[in-house]
Design a protein around this ligand. Structure first.
Ligand code: IMP
Ligand code: MG
Length: 182
């Protein structure tokens, strides 16, 4: 699997020490308020599991399932919510977790939808953010790493549902991406 990478960007140890810092910041910022983490499936699963165990706050977890990529390496712009009921977020401090901020469509749509359920506050935490002009206006309140505009996999991130179990994050070799997906 690792042979399908053009190069490794972040080793597991680098990711985990960054998570120590982010979790400490979140713990400090919310200072014993109860936090509701909303993880965006499936990409944020590994990130969520490692991050939430480092946050020292009373914490609830909910997951949201959306699709915007349909197994391709380009965003379609359309965000489909895969469940009918939204998590109960009224009067709660919400922290939305996602793997990567790319065009911004996914997180903007999720934040908009959750706002309608009247949470007390909403913040966004992403592991990665691509340096590019977003199609939707959205910024992360907590960010792991900024990366160039390249297609990356591993540590939860997939290409066509593969590579999520790679412990590191790396740039996928161009020849592994199906033509038409670029
Ligand atoms: P956005 O809606 O364009 O911001 O895309 C967000 C979603 O697209 C993420 O949650 C990922 O699932 C997926 N995505 C965007 N860029 C990448 C990438 O480089 N590798 C893997 N998945 C990606
Ligand atoms: Mg994905």
């Amino acid at each position: 699997m690792q042979g399908d990478l053009e190069r490794i960007l972040f080793h597991e140890t680098t990711i985990l020490s960054r998570l120590d810092q982010i979790a400490a910041q979140i713990t400090k910022d919310y200072a014993w308020k109860e936090l509701t983490v909303i993880a965006v499936l499936n990409g944020s699963l590994v990130f969520m599991a490692d991050l939430m165990r480092r946050i020292q706050l009373p914490l609830r977890l909910d997951c949201l399932s959306v699709a915007s990529y349909h197994g391709r390496a380009q965003t379609s712009g359309e965000v489909i919510f895969k469940q009918i009921a939204l998590p109960d977020v009224q009067d709660r401090h919400i922290l939305i977790l996602d793997d990567i901020l790319d065009s911004g469509h996914t997180l903007a749509a999720i934040r908009e939808k959750l706002q309608t359920a009247k949470p007390r506050s909403v913040k966004v935490c992403v592991l990665l953010s691509k340096k590019k002009t977003r199609e939707r206006e959205i910024d992360a309140d907590y960010l792991g790493f900024e990366i160039e505009d390249e297609f990356v996999v591993g540590y939860g991130l997939d290409y066509d549902e593969r590579y999520r179990n790679l412990p590191c994050i790396g740039v996928l070799r161009k020849d592994m991406i199906k033509s038409g997906d670029e």
